[in-house]
Design a binder for this molecule. Structure first.
Ligand code: PRT
Ligand code: ZN
Length: 293
């Protein structure tokens, strides 16, 4: 019987949809239906274990799952609060669900720097990461552990500041709070334990990781096509991020050339405006669906 690689994923929440979308772009075919703990991938020997994100590091460490996708913030927190060393490490950064764990306080508190936290109360759902930060900085402050709605803690008077995740900053702003220090930057990560996988699972994981790498690279890569005066090709190439060898095709009966290049970074409107100023015309920027190098 073929061994099935098991991947722990968040069942529902901020990480879930992007994790499912990434695996689908890697060619895995599966359907998520309410309730079930396991979803079977139809076209590969892979099962998806659908759980709460906080459980993912320990499931990977304890062999309930071979790998997992989780926020780096959750991995670091679980590692810091685990009684025994948690055998789960980052194998690959995935670039989505980016956020920051920040210290923030209300304007009335007068707190604008971590040096002012001495003797105060800080509300958080991340006692591990906050505790380590305070210890490293030599700050004696009280961590008030909450299960959620941390942003309300200052207004209800249970803490002077908070330590919480921030992405757009809208929640802080809506609660009259300002971030004054970032203590952890986070993104979704692929995690694995130090156990050796069977050769079949190892080969499947290597294949999956090559595909994930291709998906991430292609999402950042664009194909650009334009027409330009021959004598401006060097200046135009300079402007194209990450493209060292564009294809140049002469256009019959004119002193224009068609230029095509793969750019390994996003191309912004400003770049298009600069290209136009150099004489480039008919500029097209196309997404790249798949890549393998
Ligand atoms: O049910 P389960 O335990 O699985 O999920 P959960 O409720 O613990 O986590 P969930 O789904 O809210 O978040 C999962 C992961 O998404 C987090 O662990 C982070 O890695 C990542 N992530 C990215 C975020 C945010 N951005 C984020 N903004 N997680 C939470 N937030 C919250 C934050 O706590 C605050 O309340 O969103 C609010 C702030 O958002 P902004 O945009 O207003 O700044
Ligand atoms: Zn959670």
């Amino acid at each position: 019987m073929t061994e099935r690689l098991r991947i722990a994923l968040q069942k529902k929440g901020r990480l879930a949809d992007d994790s499912f979308a990434l695996l689908k772009k890697c060619g895995l075919r599966f359907a998520i239906r309410g309730g079930g703990l396991l979803a079977r991938v139809k076209n590969m020997p892979i099962d998806l274990l659908l759980v709460r994100d906080d459980d993912i590091p320990s499931f990977v460490a304890n062999d309930a799952s071979d790998i997992g996708i989780v926020g780096e913030n959750v991995l670091v927190e679980e590692q810091l609060v685990a009684k025994d060393k948690l055998d789960a490490e980052i194998t690959m950064r995935l670039g989505f669900s980016r956020c920051k764990l920040c210290l923030a306080a209300s304007d009335v508190s007068g707190i604008t720097a971590s040096s002012q936290l001495e003797g105060t109360r800080i509300a958080t759902t991340y006692p591990g990461v906050l505790g380590k930060f305070l210890k490293d900085q030599g700050i004696k402050a009280k961590s008030v552990e909450m299960k959620g709605a941390v942003e309300l803690a200052p207004s209800i008077g249970i803490a002077e500041s908070i330590c919480d995740l921030v992405s757009s900053g809208a929640t802080l702003e809506a609660n009259g709070l300002t971030a004054f220090e970032t203590i952890l930057e986070s993104e979704a990560v692929l995690i694995q334990s130090g156990r050796t996988l069977s050769p079949e699972k190892q080969a499947l994981l290597a294949k999956l990781m090559r595909r994930i790498d291709g998906v991430i690279k292609s999402s950042e890569t664009k194909y650009i096509m334009l027409n330009a005066p021959k004598d401006k090709v060097a200046a135009i190439t300079e402007l194209l991020p990450g493209s060292d060898a564009p294809t140049i095709i002469p256009l019959a009966g004119s002193d224009l050339v068609a230029l095509q290049a793969v750019c390994t970074e996003n191309i912004f409107w400003e770049t298009l405006e600069d290209l136009k100023a150099l004489g480039a015309r008919a500029i097209l920027v196309l997404p790249i669906e798949k890549m393998m190098s």
